[in-house]
Design a protein around this ligand. Structure first.
Ligand SMILES: *Cc1c(COP(=O)(O)O)cnc(C)c1O
Length: 410
């Protein structure tokens, strides 16, 4: 813990300055049993299933610390599984991967600010040009006598980032006139490829095809075109083009209807029973006491709370697994703790302090096994599984498992 000294020194210094940020909890320092376990073999297997299914190159989306799974570890697993490229949202996310020694192509999809363009290109990252305001810094960059390889994003209907369709021709002409700029890729992003109604995605695909023709007329010669996120890749075969940018399916979550391959969830959130008590009917549980036990109840206290990303809205809503059986979360989830009702499990198979409790993921018990998916938690709090995964906070150390696939018989 050298950080407090830096912070203390900064506070004693008359120059205002910012201090370094705190790293995420390290599994080796963890005293509390609460941890996220990430199965890298599941991620590798999902990558291979997706690649086989879509039949084109798959670039793994590892923004936001690989959706909470750990960007460096996940990227290493994806590259080993055959990924030729990775996608991040921020320059600093790309730099983190380069510092870790990852040499695959890395597309920076959005966060190129200020000098970020230079920094990205110096680090061998591929920035996305998504706004006409980037042309000027790109032209300035020319004076350095270096080639800038970029991808160009077209806004075909998401209205977030990308060159608007009426601006495509003149933007591409400007880019084509910059001899030091190579537009290697042309891309767009779908707004609702996960929805039942395919009509808007079809419109977006048609607009993208027209934009490509305009770009080629302007003199650009992109070698790759990409439009698909996970939902697009699974549901719109004609939009797969040279490569797809998939995130959520590689983590084993497919929150949309599809005929694609089965996927294995890679993330599990595990802790252990911290304390046990038996209370009589009528006993209130937790802050505000708005849950009251209707009968004699065995309560297990678990060391996980909303500060860990176990949403307070899961109060009296979620279920957890103990010895492979479901137990309801009862009472308000607090910052560091929550309570679960283990009355039935205590009667059948018994519960002890130290028993494993699974909030997300699978568990096997004497009587059977069960799985809690991110989709289930998301439905209970009214959000999407992406947010459930990203919400698990840095207080929760990540541990990694890699189980090699069983050798196939010839
Ligand atoms: C996040 C993101 C993706 C990946 O989306 P998934 O639904 O996780 O597959 C692809 N492209 C862009 C531009 C993104 O921001």
């Amino acid at each position: 813990m050298r950080y407090w000294r830096e912070i203390y020194a900064a506070m004693n210094d008359s120059d205002p300055k910012t201090t370094s940020t705190f790293p995420r909890a390290n599994i080796d320092d963890a005293v509390r049993p609460t941890r996220a376990e990430i199965d890298l073999s599941a991620i590798a297997a999902n990558f291979q299933s997706v690649a086989r299914y879509v039949g084109v190159d798959v670039w793994g989306v590892v923004k936001a610390d690989a959706y909470g799974h750990g960007a460096v570890e996940v990227s290493a697993a994806l590259v080993r599984a055959g990924a030729k490229g990775l996608c991040v949202a921020l320059v600093e996310e790309g730099l983190e991967l380069r510092r870790a020694g990852i040499s695959a192509q890395i597309l920076v999809m959005s966060g190129v600010y200020g000098d970020g363009l230079d920094e990205a290109i110096d680090a061998g990252l591929t920035p996305v040009i998504f706004d006409r305001s980037q042309l000027e810094p790109l032209a300035r960059f020319a004076r350095r006598g270096q080639i800038a390889r970029v991808h160009l994003k077209i806004d075909t209907g998401m209205s977030r980032l990308g060159i608007s369709t009426p601006d495509v021709a003149r933007t591409c002409e400007a880019l084509a006139s910059m001899p030091h700029v190579r537009v290697d890729g042309l891309m767009t992003h779908f707004a609702d490829a996960d929805c039942d109604d395919a009509s808007y995605t079809d419109v977006q695909i048609d607009r993208f095809v027209e934009a490509e023709a305009a770009a080629r007329r302007a003199g650009l010669t992109p070698t790759v075109r990409h439009a698909c996120n996970s939902a697009g890749a699974f549901r719109f075969a004609r939009a797969r083009m040279e490569l797809v940018r998939t995130g959520i399916v590689l983590y084993g979550v497919a929150p949309f209807p599809h005929d694609g391959p089965a996927l294995m969830p890679a993330f599990s959130l595990r802790t252990a029973v911290l304390a046990l008590r038996e209370v009589p009917a009528g006993t209130p549980v937790g802050y505000a006491g708005n849950y009251r036990c209707s009968k004699t109840t065995v309560l297990a206290t678990i060391p996980i709370g909303y500060a860990d990303g176990f949403f307070r809205r899961l109060s009296s809503e979620a279920e957890a697994l103990v010895r492979g059986e479901r137990a309801k979360v009862v009472g308000n989830v607090s910052m560091d703790m929550a309570s679960i009702d283990v009355t039935a499990i205590a009667k059948t198979v018994g519960v002890s302090v130290g028993d494993e409790v699974v909030l997300l993921g699978s568990q096997r018990g004497a009587l059977g096994s069960d799985l809690i998916r991110a989709e289930e938690i998301a439905a209970r709090v009214g959000t999407i599984p992406y947010e459930v995964l990203c919400a698990v906070s840095r207080r929760v150390p990540r541990s990694y498992v890699y189980k090699p696939a069983p050798a196939r018989s010839p």
